[in-house]
Design a protein around this ligand. Structure first.
Ligand SMILES: NC(=O)c1ccc[n+]([C@@H]2O[C@H](COP(=O)([O-])OP(=O)(O)OC[C@H]3O[C@@H](n4cnc5c(N)ncnc54)[C@H](OP(=O)(O)O)[C@@H]3O)[C@@H](O)[C@H]2O)c1
Length: 431
């Protein structure tokens, strides 16, 4: 299909929890882009109709004219090709990506469609880079993973800090501070965790729990290319105190994504990499210790086949009601907040880089709003897509399998996110 007849955006997996948030936010954001055309896609016509109907009712916007691309099934290559051929940018919210993602990426490359997803599955991202980077470049399309809360705010945040550093930034230690309102805490035992997340934790991502974090973290560090930078940013110990809080290494995909960004910028532009280490902060010593103990316990239960089956088959019982097969109560997560305190160290302009770093700048990235975990994921992936459509000329000419940090470095994505509850600011600068 010629580009002029394609939809600007197609949301694949629009019937899922994340996909529905994307539809919701796109209905709102799309009003500022009257020419933007979009469609929803998935394997069930009735579910997709239901999503459009629900969002219309909730927002008061009439979405009855939004096209539905039904029968797009990850197990049916032809249907996926048919969907990708109709999009300029494909937004993939249909996880797990290791299972259905590759067929979508291959079709996007074939039909010269830009591909974005909310995947945090690092092995899948590595596989794509190995297998599709060359062909994506030849096709001139971008394949960009992890465009959700993991990892756009942190990836773009490091660049925001670097741009505002006023010298040479050598390293960033990032501390994720979360705030959960009393309303959410009172809902915990009425089902606040979706079964899909629980299943992921128990089956495939258990290695990402906090205890193993130490091991995984060290392994990941081992896998990262050594930038041979001086002074080297050392990993802090498993439990340590900073910012008046007790902190542990942060197990998410952010560090993997940001190290990829730095590696790409070094090879593309010869830019000096920024070293990065992420941590998560807890309000008290007991919460941090409790998290470690809980994770050890969960890890052991997951390793024993019969207790693992118990966790999967009786999730409500095993989680004291925290896990739900349906959606968590609407509004339960509202007013929660995610804040990244990024402590940047480096040198003032003109200082000899052989000397000890003499400058510290702190950037804060705050993610707020209604149900910020999922809403911000919708916002970051929508603006990633809009940035490709509106600012392609400011992005690397070749395309390829890259990170958001590489793709959007010279664009105005930060300004767009600032206007949508994702705030970037410099809070402290000392020399
Ligand atoms: N990086 C981030 O910040 C971030 C944030 C949120 C979510 N995520 C990730 O996003 C993914 C989705 O999460 P979720 O909570 O939205 O899950 P979900 O509610 O279970 O939704 C899964 C979606 O995938 C679709 N799907 C499943 N199998 C399919 C197949 N064979 N063909 C076509 N579509 C298929 C489902 O369609 P049906 O409705 O037809 O079953 C549904 O639309 C997960 O991998 C999650 O880890 C990442």
């Amino acid at each position: 299909m010629p580009a002029s007849q394609r939809f600007d955006l197609v949301i694949f997996g629009a019937s899922g929890f994340t996909g529905k948030r994307v539809v919701n936010e796109l209905a709102r954001i799309g009003k500022n882009y009257p020419d933007l055309t979009w469609a929803v896609a998935g394997r069930s016509q009735s579910k997709l109709e239901g999503v459009l109907r629900d969002v219309s009712e909730k927002s008061g916007d009439d979405l009855s004219n939004i096209k539905i691309i039904a029968d797009a099934d990850g197990n049916d290559e032809a249907s996926i090709k048919g969907m990708c051929a109709q999009a300029k940018v494909l937004i993939n919210c249909s996880g797990p990506f290791t299972k259905f993602g590759e067929v979508v990426v291959a079709a996007c490359v074939e039909f010269k469609t830009h591909y974005l997803d909310v995947c945090g599955e690092t092995q899948f991202i590595e596989l794509l880079e190995e297998k599709y980077d060359k062909t994506a470049r030849e096709a001139g399309v971008f394949i960009i993973n992890a465009c959700g809360l993991s990892s756009i705010p942190a990836d773009v945040g490091v660049q925001f800090l670097e741009e505002n550093f006023g010298g040479t930034l050598n390293s960033v230690e990032s501390y994720l501070i979360t705030y959960f309102p009393p309303r959410m805490m009172s809902e915990i035992f009425n089902g606040i965790v979706r079964y899909s997340s629980w299943e992921s934790l128990i089956t495939r991502y258990i290695l990402h729990t906090f205890l193993i974090v130490a091991a995984v973290h060290l392994k990941e560090i081992g896998k990262q290319p050594s930038f041979n930078l001086e002074p080297e940013l050392k990993q802090r110990c498993l439990l340590h105190k900073n910012l008046s809080k007790w902190c542990l290494p942060f197990p998410g995909a952010d560090s993997f994504v940001i190290n990829r960004t730095q590696r790409h910028l070094l090879s593309l532009e010869g830019k000096r990499p920024v070293q990065y280490k992420p941590y998560v902060a807890f309000p008290g010593f007991l919460t941090a210790i409790g998290t470690i103990i809980g994770c050890i316990f969960l890890f052991i239960l997951c390793k024993i086949p019969c207790t693992k089956r118990l966790l999967l088959n009786y999730p409500r019982l095993c989680s004291f009601g925290a896990v739900t097969y349906g959606d968590p109560k609407e509004g339960a997560m509202d007013e929660s907040k995610f804040q990244y305190e990024m402590l940047g160290m480096g040198w003032n302009e003109g200082t000899d880089l052989g000397k000890a770093p003499d400058k510290k700048v702190v950037a804060r990235i705050s993610v707020t709003g209604l149900d910020p975990a999922y809403t911000s994921t919708a916002i970051t992936i929508i603006f990633s897509a809009i940035t490709i459509l509106k600012e392609r000329d400011k992005m690397p000419a070749a395309g390829g399998v890259v990170t958001g940090g590489v793709a959007f470095r010279k664009t105005s994505i930060v300004k767009r996110l600032q206007e949508n509850n994702i705030k970037f600011e410099i809070v402290k600068s000392s020399e």
